[in-house]
Design a protein around this ligand. Structure first.
Ligand code: SF4
Length: 97
């Protein structure tokens, strides 16, 4: 996997903890830096391909990357993990005899 794009990342000029925030305000700060990064696209794809769970990558938070990954798998964004594994419903009245 080509990682040569990493040397162009704006985050190289900042402390790593900026991109591993502990709250929503921190996520917005990181996203601000990512917004002007010339390798934003490569960074996001790297995080998605490597299933990186923590931090802001390519301007996307952990939650946003999970949503993108679900979308690419064909799972509608509004379907949560809990709902997706819910047991099948009981047979309807039309299938009962
Ligand atoms: S998009 Fe953000 S995290 Fe990725 S290389 Fe650029 S500044 Fe760093």
């Amino acid at each position: 996997m080509d990682t040569s794009w990493m040397v162009q990342g704006r985050c190289r000029e900042l402390p790593p903890e900026v991109f591993f925030p502990s709250d929503g305000v921190g996520v917005e700060v990181a996203r601000h830096y990512c917004a002007e990064c010339p390798v934003k696209g490569q960074c996001l794809e790297y995080a998605l391909e490597n299933h990186i769970e923590h931090g802001v990558w390519g301007g996307a938070s952990e939650r946003e990357r999970r949503r993108i990954a679900r979308s690419r798998r064909g799972v509608p964004a509004h379907v949560s993990g809990a709902l997706a594994v819910r047991p099948a419903a009981a047979p309807s009245a039309t299938t009962r005899r």
